[in-house]
Design a protein around this ligand. Structure first.
Ligand code: SF4
Length: 134
């Protein structure tokens, strides 16, 4: 069995653990006892919350709404271009502060930091918040 060190994606605490991998499937979790945050202790989400990885409803490709209002699969390249075009047009027409960003408790601190940089430094928006405050 292979063990892969990772950061828990459920909240901003940043606990670390090893995912136990057997034949390409996650079969369990082993705590990392010397991690400065978790010190070998995890909440139930860290211990058991990996079922979503192979859930049949999980989105695996970007979806873009077509003219009829239905979602269509797109490539990552198409999705990035779509987002860049939309946000650039909104910023140009209405200013950066017309755009708002909502980050996620399931992102790491580093990912949340990057979204702040995107909002403030790239799109000139101070409208950024986090779902944990809702
Ligand atoms: S194990 Fe629990 S407390 Fe630790 S990061 Fe995951 S969700 Fe948060």
């Amino acid at each position: 069995m292979k063990k892969v060190l990772t950061t828990c994606g459920y909240c901003g605490c940043g606990c670390n653990f090893y995912l136990n991998i057997n034949k390409g499937e996650i079969v369990g979790v082993t705590p990392k006892f010397d991690h400065p945050v978790s010190k070998g202790k995890l909440c139930i989400k860290g211990w058991q919350g990996f079922g979503f990885v192979r859930h049949r409803d999980r989105l695996k490709k970007p979806l873009i709404r077509n003219a009829a209002g239905e979602f269509e699969e797109a490539s990552w390249e198409e999705a990035y271009k779509y987002v860049v075009n939309k946000l650039s047009n909104i910023k140009e027409k209405h200013g950066g502060n017309s755009i708002g960003f909502l980050s996620s408790a399931r992102c790491t601190n580093e990912e949340n930091y990057l979204l702040v940089k995107l909002a403030r430094a790239v799109l000139d928006s101070n409208n950024i918040d986090h779902c944990a405050r809702l």
